[in-house]
Design a protein around this ligand. Structure first.
Ligand SMILES: [Zn+2]
Length: 467
């Protein structure tokens, strides 16, 4: 008998899944890191994972979490989840790292680093799990561009830009300079591709024709507006010599643009989002169709098939939630119409279970590919691998004990998000976490959050990495 190494926590008998490997072994955790895999170990705390999977915690690099601080009087309604409720939903769904889009708050001085510091302070008080932030570039002035090279020293290696806003077209030259500054400094620009002019024109035309209700929403932001913006964004990044990360690609034509650029050797990375895998625009015919509004809109069945092909064939790199929840009454506000519907919905708690259920149980993808899409690829692209995104000695003990047989019906009112409803309400999903572990701490166990608000830390990221 060998000597048993003392650990803080041992997970016994589970099947470890990483990209390329699936094997049964015990996992020993000490001081928040994976300290040993296999061999003799002892610990005060043990988790029996026989018959279950052990996977790296999910890495969701596209969420919109709000600062918990009070808003000024008369401010417009905000999305429902702060860093506490958002990361509670994440932990309950097997996600252990989130990346939140970070915009300058009203009245705050201009500056990417100042905005990031403010948001970090809020997230450190509220987050249950580790997090990072993506600074939104809404004013690519010389001062802001001069700050981009400093992001990496502060532990950030991404930016976010919205081509969907008119401001992008007005200042395209400045945005190319921002891409260039990012590309030269190990930073990955994330880009929302929809053509603002086409969308705006379609919205105006529909309004003038009296077609402003939810049935016209999908046609008010057509797939060709996304495809042409995707092509343009790719060309601008090419001119700038920068990599490019396309957020929430929703349609086959946009994916084809990315595929073509990648075939030519350009560093273009593709994210999609759960709603584009499971829901079609037919839902906008329903009386409560506005609850399914996202930017871009839901598309045709042929687009869903195209995005699934990308999931299977490696044209898609990451699945992220774009978690941006509103309450049902905010989504269904009768004053809203084409051009003003509130985009976004809760998705952190169901992202990994849905892809497991529909992808792995459904026979479309392997366990390894599921881990790659929900964890490993994002950790690599956003400068966090192998600290995050794998199960290996020396990596953070961000681990999920996954019950591959557990079936549960989605009920929004039982979920952590303050939205109170879920777009997948009523879906039966097979495969859920029983334990979510963040840096060695069990934060979610058998249906309950068991961690304290504010235990999450910011991940200090390295440069954007290749896949
Ligand atoms: Zn978003």
């Amino acid at each position: 008998m060998g000597v048993k190494t003392p650990m803080d926590l041992v997970i016994r008998g589970g099947t470890i899944v990483t990209v390329g490997e699936t094997y049964v072994a015990d996992v020993g955790v000490q001081d928040g890191k994976v300290a040993q895999i296999g061999g003799q170990m002892s610990a005060d705390r043990e988790i029996d994972a026989a018959g279950k999977l052990i996977v790296p915690g999910g890495v969701d690099m596209h969420v919109h979490l709000q600062l918990a601080e009070a808003q000024p009087e008369g401010a417009p309604p905000r999305m429902s989840d702060d860093f506490y409720w958002g990361t509670a939903g994440a932990a309950a769904g097997g996600i252990t790292t989130v990346g939140s889009m970070t915009a300058r708050q009203p009245g705050e001085p201009k500056g990417l680093l100042a905005t990031l510091e403010h948001a970090e302070a809020d997230a450190l008080q509220n987050s249950l799990i580790d997090f990072t932030l993506h600074p939104i570039i809404d004013d690519p002035s010389p001062d802001i561009i001069a700050e981009i090279p400093k992001l990496l020293d502060a532990g950030y290696s991404s930016t976010k830009t919205f081509m969907v806003m008119h401001a992008f077209d007005a200042r395209q030259n400045d945005y190319v300079k921002a891409f260039e500054a990012a590309g030269r400094n190990g930073i990955l620009p994330m880009l929302h591709c929809e053509d603002a002019n086409i969308n705006h024109h379609c919205e105006q035309r529909f309004h003038s024709e009296g077609k402003s209700d939810i049935r016209y929403y999908a046609d008010s932001r057509p797939p060709y507006a996304e495809a042409i913006a995707t092509a343009r964004g790719i060309s601008l990044a090419r001119a700038a010599g920068s990599p490019l990360y396309l957020v929430h690609v929703s349609c086959a034509d946009a994916l084809a643009e990315a595929r073509q650029a990648r075939a030519g050797g350009q560093r273009v990375y593709v994210e999609t989002r759960p709603i584009y895998l499971y829901l079609t625009r037919d839902l906008y015919e329903e009386p409560d169709g506005a609850k399914y509004v996202g930017w871009p809109p839901l598309r045709e069945k042929s687009d869903i098939e195209g995005i699934w092909d990308g999931i299977v064939n490696h044209d898609v790199d990451t699945l992220c939630s774009d978690h941006a929840p509103w309450t049902l009454s905010e989504k269904l506000d009768p004053d809203l119409s084409v051009g003003s519907f509130r985009p976004g919905m809760a998705n952190l708690e169901t992202l990994m279970p849905m892809l497991y259920s529909e992808g792995v149980v459904g026979g479309r993808i392997s366990l390894s590919r599921w881990v790659e899409l929900t964890s490993t690829n994002a950790a690599r692209l956003f400068g966090m691998f192998p600290q995050k995104g794998t199960v290996a000695v020396g990596s953070d003990a961000d681990l999920v004990v996954w019950d591959p047989d557990l079936k549960r019906v989605v009920r929004g009112e039982e979920m952590r998000s303050r939205a109170g409803y879920d777009v997948f309400d009523g879906y039966e999903i097979q495969g859920w976490p029983t334990h979510t572990i963040s840096r060695g701490d069990v934060v979610f166990e058998n249906g309950e959050i068991v961690a304290e608000r504010g235990r999450g830390k910011r991940v200090i990221r390295g440069p954007h990495g290749p896949l």
